[in-house]
Design a protein around this ligand. Structure first.
Ligand SMILES: [Zn+2]
Length: 293
């Protein structure tokens, strides 16, 4: 994961010029074109149209790409924890059921990414989302600027949904501009991308964009065989946890949806709607479930 992020954040070219472009802070604000006195790069297409685009092609175009972390993701944090004991599954008097085990394993499978570690997987440190994309610009090293869409994920939708949103993707395999596809992506936070746009209407403009970044990854298989392997590894002593959003009884009102308030000179208490649960009696909290043999 750290390696992937490092790759994503690495500069593509060692020839990157030292410029003041990195000081731009306004989103999508075009920076001044490169002021290098060198001759125009051979083979650079001249785009008729805006003055800025024409000027950019006159000067040496700085095509270096710099990606730096801008806002790291908020790590998943569980509010409460509980234990799920495999030995109690489907036993009378216990809440552990095979249906609940399947549900938790399905969540577990989507929170683990398959990698080269001895266990065959490691816990994802970002939120996983299914990302639909169309590639807009190749940033080198399998990194792309893409028009993307993904559903909200994480407790309280920490990662907001994207719809027709520009994002930075690090793909597994080479791809080309215009390709559309769908990946399971691990959200790695927001990155600042300094690059020269080559799509209209920004062609030739040196920009800094701050966008959500995703790393393509594979998750554990949610299959009966995968579940069997999971159960075996927990029974063999592996420490496994899964974080899920659960609906629980509101603590403040005890599930009633209101609290009582004594009123002077009145026999009946006043009922005050519970703000904690919006009078529903239930709240959704993120729960970390630890698995035990
Ligand atoms: Zn309540």
């Amino acid at each position: 994961m750290r390696l992937l992020l490092a790759l994503l954040a690495s500069a593509v070219a060692l020839t990157a010029q030292t410029t003041a472009f990195g000081t731009k802070v306004t989103e999508a604000t075009p920076a001044a074109p490169a002021a290098a006195p060198a001759a125009p790069a051979a083979g650079t297409a001249t785009t008729p149209g805006t003055k800025a685009a024409a000027k950019a092609t006159e000067d040496e175009v700085d095509n270096s790409v710099v990606i730096t972390p801008f806002r790291s993701l908020t790590p998943p944090e569980a509010k409460t924890s509980r234990t799920f004991q495999l030995s109690k599954v489907n036993k009378l008097g216990f809440t552990e059921t095979s249906k609940e085990l399947q549900r938790l394993y399905s969540a577990f499978a989507t929170q683990r990414i398959v990698d080269g570690s001895p266990s065959g997987s490691s816990k994802a440190t970002g939120y996983l989302a299914t990302v639909n994309y169309t590639l807009v610009q190749d940033l080198g090293d399998n990194r792309f600027l893409a028009k993307a869409a993904w559903p909200a994920s994480g407790p309280n939708e920490v990662l907001a949904a994207g719809a027709d949103t520009m994002a930075i993707l690090l793909l597994d395999k080479p791809a080309k501009v215009g390709d559309s596809g769908r990946i399971t992506g691990m959200h790695v936070g927001t990155v600042a991308l300094l690059f020269t746009a080559n799509f209209p209407p920004l062609t030739g403009k040196r920009l800094t964009l701050r966008r959500e970044a995703f790393v393509e990854c594979a998750t554990l298989e949610d299959t009966p065989a995968g579940l069997q392997k999971f159960v075996e590894s927990v029974n063999a002593g592996a420490e496994m946890t899964v974080t899920t959003n659960e609906q629980v009884t509101c603590k403040k009102c005890g599930g009633l949806g209101f609290t009582r308030e004594a009123q002077k000179g009145q026999l009946l208490d006043k009922r005050v709607p519970c703000a904690e649960c919006a009078s529903s009696g239930k709240v959704i909290v993120s729960v970390e479930t630890k698995f035990a043999p």
